[in-house]
Design a protein around this ligand. Structure first.
Ligand SMILES: Cc1cc2nc3c(=O)[nH]c(=O)nc-3n(C[C@H](O)[C@H](O)[C@H](O)COP(=O)(O)OP(=O)(O)OC[C@H]3O[C@@H](n4cnc5c(N)ncnc54)[C@H](O)[C@@H]3O)c2cc1C
Length: 404
């Protein structure tokens, strides 16, 4: 289910094993990238890291970052090369267990099958806090799914909520368009774009951090909830942290906690939030340094670096009157969640997430791919799917073989 890179990777390995299958896709191949990203979007992972089973980036700029159009082309090429049997325009509206297999109801009829791989994506809906109901109607509200670019917004101030990859990228773009921008900052993951002369994601890869398996992680639930790192992919390979944003005039406020009488109320304690993110970044850089030292790679990379702590503003506002006209638009960059409204098998927990063990669900023959830290830290990233999909399809093949 799903013709994003995860469903197509599953199809690749099923095809390799000559397992008869079909990929059902409600839209087109790479639908999420076509419909759910803003105009200026670029991957935050470098081109050399864009690789799928049997396909890798071979263009002239391995250190660059793909535009959304290039991502769509890359995934389309993968579908063609692996001859994935995709049925586009086929919306799965129900999946239920019947007679030792599954009945899939789609907008185009019913299908019976023995096994299903759910690769419908981890980011089907933007998450917006419930108190958004209490925001005065005079303030426009957008999610990253509605946002295309600054020109679409009314003139005037913008409050961007959330300082992970999407929030910092949209805040920077809106600020460049000349608007006053306030950024509400909660827990976040700070990393430099480059470290000791290499892309930080080179370090994640080389040092093995990204390959860490789900069954080796102490607090897996937390690892699966971690927000995306504050990163942007630009030709200049710029670091987009809170210091960079503040120096362009973005105002930083704390986590948005509530709305009362038309006022947005923010948590205090930015200092703690910043120190925690700085500390975690330091620890990550220490891990990289230790890896370079113990693997004899020090000579190949620049000298160790340390970065200035995140600057705490002299005074931070704890509330903002949303009726005053200062803020004309709110952009909710508060994360995404999957949508399993179509799933009639009891494998979804109270938080609306799939219960699974490395992609194996508690229903025979039912599997998932493309979820955060599914089998490794890199599971949701394009380059992370190959190993996961191979292992999940291995399990599925064993299951089919055992059942004869
Ligand atoms: C804002 C953002 C930025 C990202 N940046 C990067 C990055 O820089 N680098 C990187 O490697 N990764 C990035 N990712 C992460 C990752 O690549 C995406 O989450 C990726 O799209 C996941 O692939 P997928 O195949 O699991 O899901 P998707 O690409 O979402 O594919 C799921 C498919 O399932 C289909 N589908 C859903 N429900 C149904 C249904 N009921 N019936 C039929 N079809 C259905 C959808 O239409 C979609 O085509 C980013 C993600 C987001 C949200």
């Amino acid at each position: 289910m799903g013709a994003g890179h995860a469903g197509l990777a599953a199809s690749h390995f099923l095809g390799e094993r000559s397992i008869d299958h079909v990929v059902l896709e409600r839209g087109e191949v790479a639908n999420s990238w076509r419909r759910e990203r803003w105009d200026s979007f670029r991957l935050l992972t470098p081109n050399w890291q864009s690789r799928l089973p049997g396909l890798r980036y071979e263009g002239p700029d391995p250190d660059g970052y793909m535009t959304v159009g290039e991502v769509v082309e890359f995934i389309e090429r993968f579908a063609k090369v692996s001859r994935a049997p995709v049925r586009t325009g086929t919306d799965v509206t129900s999946l239920r267990r019947v007679d030792g297999g599954y009945q899939v109801t789609t907008s185009d009829g019913e299908i019976r099958c023995r096994a299903v791989v759910i690769a419908s994506g981890a980011c089907n809906r933007p998450t917006v806090p419930r108190f958004n109901d209490a925001v005065p109607a005079s303030v426009e509200q957008l999610t990253p799914f509605d946002y295309r670019g600054p020109a679409q917004l009314p003139d005037g101030g913008v409050l961007v909520v959330g300082a992970s990859a999407t929030g910092v990228q949209l805040a920077a773009e809106l600020r460049r368009s000349g608007r006053p921008v306030t950024l509400s900052v909660g827990e976040h993951v700070r990393v430099p774009r480059t470290y000791r002369g290499r892309d930080v994601l080179w370090w994640m890869n080389a040092s093995g951090v990204w390959d860490q398996r789900f069954d080796e992680i102490d607090d897996l639930a937390r690892a699966r909830r971690l927000p995306s790192p504050q990163l942007v992919g630009t030709p200049e390979r710029m670091t987009l942290d809170l210091n960079a944003l503040a120096s362009t005039g973005v105002e930083l406020v704390g986590r948005w906690a509530a709305v009362r009488d038309g006022r947005a109320l923010f948590s205090g304690g930015l200092r703690n939030v910043f120190s925690l993110a700085d500390l975690k970044m330091e620890r990550l850089l220490d891990t990289f340094d230790a890896w370079a030292r113990t693997h004899g790679r020090d000579a190949e990379v620049g000298s160790p670096e340390r970065f200035a702590p995140t600057r705490v503003p002299e005074s931070t506002r704890l509330q903002l009157d949303l009726r005053s006209g200062e803020i004309r638009t709110i952009v909710w960059a508060t994360g995404f969640r999957p949508d399993y409204g179509w799933l009639d098998v009891p494998v979804v927990d109270a938080k609306g997430l799939l219960r699974h063990e490395g992609g194996v669900l508690d229903s025979p023959g039912l599997y998932a791919l493309g979820l955060p830290v599914l089998r490794r830290r890199k599971s949701t990233f394009i380059h992370g799917i190959e190993a996961d999909a191979r292992e999940v399809v291995d399990h599925l093949a064993r299951y089919l073989a055992l059942r004869g």
